[in-house]
Design a protein around this ligand. Structure first.
Ligand code: DTR
Ligand code: CA
Ligand code: ZN
Ligand code: ZN
Ligand code: ZN
Length: 277
């Protein structure tokens, strides 16, 4: 798998920051900043040769949107998906939550295009709307899959908060094969990981898991506090939250740890390359 340039990921995050600033300070469901974020991501993918689809839904009497991007080719009876929610809370620009996941998934998709990757399995990328309202967009997507199309999804990888300023390195403990793929990558870096336990039912992998699709993902921590043992192995500050700006107005472009963002983006690419061939 290629190295994902963290500068490219940060460039997308700067765009999300500018979009929030130009749209009332957020990128929340039903607000102009959300659709502007989606239009930015879609334009990049269209230019890179993806087949993009916007899926519309209603939540809290406002229109929401999922963006689905298919990389042409591969065995469409075996689909590997990677996704992240694109919406923020109304309190702020949502750069770590979840611009970080959205930007890393976007840059990985663009790396697939740059490489002209021809995976054995079909690759599909997704940016979900209205996760903050209760995983509304991802649930809508899963609920609207035919049973045939649902059975064709062999893996869903989720990335929700992967650049936390006081980062931990958590790997979802759901599907063992997917978990091992991520753990192999991080052990190659010499970075210890912990299993992600608090998140089941709290992000967009839940609707996929609920219908029996193998899921996995990465997480750098939210409002929980980093222990001294965790600070000893990961650095950062014990006794402080992994992200003290979680769901706050200070979740801006300054609310990131670039090393965590870089490592997680590279792990994302490694998993996409490995699991799709
Ligand atoms: N609920 C997510 C943030 C979140 C909190 N714990 C986890 C665990 C795994 C993934 C995500 C999360 C949100 O606020 O978007
Ligand atoms: Ca990198
Ligand atoms: Zn959130
Ligand atoms: Zn989130
Ligand atoms: Zn889990």
């Amino acid at each position: 798998a290629p190295d994902i340039p963290v500068a490219n990921v940060k460039a997308h995050l700067s765009q999300f920051q500018s979009i929030a600033t130009a749209n009332g300070g957020n990128r929340a469901h039903g607000r102009t900043g959300y659709r502007a974020s989606l239009d930015y991501v879609k334009a990049k993918l269209d230019a890179a040769g993806f087949t993009t689809t916007i899926q519309q839904f209603t939540s809290s009497s406002r229109t929401g949107y999922n963006l689905i991007a298919d990389w042409p080719g591969g065995d469409t009876t075996r689909v590997v998906m990677a996704g992240s929610h694109l919406d923020s809370v109304t309190a702020g620009p949502g750069i770590n939550d979840n611009g970080s996941g959205s930007a890393a998934v976007l840059e990985t998709a663009l790396a697939v295009s740059r490489a002209g990757l021809q995976p054995t399995r079909h690759l599909r990328f997704a940016w979900w709307g209205a996760e903050e309202l209760g995983m509304v967009g991802s649930r809508y997507y899963v609920n609207n899959l035919s049973s045939t199309n649902r059975s064709r999804i062999s893996a869903y990888l989720n990335f929700d908060m992967i650049g936390s300023p006081n980062p931990g390195y958590f790997v979802y403990d759901d599907d063992p094969t997917i978990e091992q793929t991520f753990k192999t990558y991080f052990s190659g870096l010499g970075v210890p990981t912990e299993i992600e336990t608090e998140g089941d039912g709290r992000s967009d992998h839940a609707p996929f898991k609920n219908v029996g699709i193998p899921v996995g993902g990465l997480f750098s921590g939210a409002d929980y506090v980093k222990t001294s043992a965790q600070a000893a192995k990961w650095g950062g500050t014990a006794g402080q939250p992994f992200d003290r700006c979680y769901h706050s107005s200070c979740d801006t472009i300054a609310n990131l740890n670039d090393t965590a963002l870089d490592r997680n983006a590279d792990a994302l690419a490694y998993a996409v390359w490995t699991l799709s061939s």
